[in-house]
Design a protein around this ligand. Structure first.
Ligand code: GDP
Length: 362
């Protein structure tokens, strides 16, 4: 499963956010491949389309798709040289697919700030510097390692050394690798280094209940993020923690009191999903209506493989109905009668919201 690592300085609200995200227990029997690790939370992706599909298919159960969040504790200044839990932290974050950076944008005299004052841009820079330094070490080592092969005339090695040195010089300025102009070949060559600053990043500004508007701290984070082309989601983690304890009507009442349509967490989850370059397809039948995740650009057999590896191997074809057609024509039968039911082959690129039956050989 794809993982989003939560980073940030101590006391910015990471654990509060992580706990709120993972408060809704996931029935494990439906998600047998989920990681069991206290720092990893499996989070369902809210999707109102599931309700619409379930109204038509009347299934025994309805299952949302999931992504994983990892609470990465222990990043402090000096982590890249082994301060705090530095090395462990860096090893954990290298494994993730995207980075969610929590930034403190609330004032509270009762909550100590590690550097003595609330300054979100200084905080972001502290974290970014540690991550850039970690990558700098990685890429410098890689360049050294590859230099020998390059000297003996290996063309790929020579090209890679040049690339690694270019990345090194860029990191030396403190800038993240994601800001570099890289070709697809470059990206491929860098992939095995698992560079942290090459991963897509998202900021979560942790604000006070009243801090969503007219908040200069939030404005500064938004400006900073815009310059990096990174999205920002403002939430009040403390409030999300309270909301996560409530169910059904209580939750809706609390949201209405706050003048909100949905928990802020839903926005965080969707932003992370977007950031990972993911899209959703559905399977719908009398037993189960279910949302599944694939990367944008995935083919039909790859999507089938998300459900089961045998489905990918034995793929014959996909029977596809667009989400809008499925809903407006009231399901498979209606879509078939209206000629809106398509047979697609191996080359078909999945489209957001496809409702699919895969046909395969076992
Ligand atoms: P972490 O070290 O980044 O994981 O931070 P925690 O989630 O443990 O939060 C540190 C402290 O800040 C705790 O006492 C939280 O209750 C408090 N806190 C977290 N979010 C908010 C918030 O939105 N507003 C306020 N006032 N306090 C918060």
């Amino acid at each position: 499963a794809l993982q989003v690592g939560i980073v940030g300085l101590p006391n910015v609200g990471k654990s509060t956010l992580f706990n709120a995200l993972t408060a809704a227990e996931i029935p494990a029997e439906n998600y047998p491949f989920c990681t069991i690790d206290p720092n990893v939370g499996v989070v369902t992706v809210p999707d109102p389309r599931l309700t619409a599909l379930a109204e038509i298919a009347s299934p025994d159960k309805t299952l949302p798709t999931t992504i994983e969040f990892v609470d990465i504790a222990g990043l402090v200044a000096g982590a890249s040289t082994g301060e705090g839990l530095g090395n462990q932290f860096l090893a954990n974050i290298r494994e993730t697919d995207a980075v969610l950076h929590v930034v403190r944008c609330f004032d509270d005299d009762d909550v100590m700030h590690v550097s003595g004052k609330v300054d979100p841009i200084a905080d972001i820079e502290t974290i970014d510097t540690e991550l850039a330094l970690a990558d700098l070490t990685t890429v410098t080592r890689a360049a050294d390692r590859t230099a020998k092969a390059a000297k003996s005339g290996d063309k790929t090695a020579k090209r890679n050394v040049e690339l690694f040195e270019r990345v090194r010089d860029h990191l030396d300025t403190g800038a993240p690798v994601r800001a570099m102009d890289l070709s697809d070949d470059d990206r491929l060559a860098l992939r095995e280094l698992h560079l942290i600053t090459a991963k897509p990043a998202l900021f979560v500004a942790n604000v006070d209940e009243e801090g969503f508007e007219n908040n200069p701290l939030l404005d500064r984070v938004s400006e900073h993020a815009a310059a990096q082309n990174a999205p920002v989601v403002a939430v009040c983690a403390a409030l999300e923690g309270e909301l996560a304890q409530l169910d059904g009507d209580d939750k809706n009442e609390f949201l209405a009191d706050l003048g909100l349509e949905e928990p802020g967490l839903d926005r965080v989850i969707r932003a992370a999903y977007e950031l990972l370059g993911l899209q959703t397809f559905f399977t719908a039948g009398p037993k189960e209506v279910r949302a599944w995740t694939v990367r944008r650009g995935a083919t039909a057999p790859q999507a089938a493989g998300v459900i089961h590896t045998d489905f990918e191997r034995g793929f014959i074809r996909a029977e596809v109905i667009g989400y809008d057609d499925y809903v407006s024509l009231k399901g498979e039968k209606g879509a078939k009668e209206a000629g809106r039911h398509r047979l697609e082959g191996k080359e078909y690129l999945m489209t957001e919201g496809d409702v699919v039956h895969f046909r395969f050989n076992v």
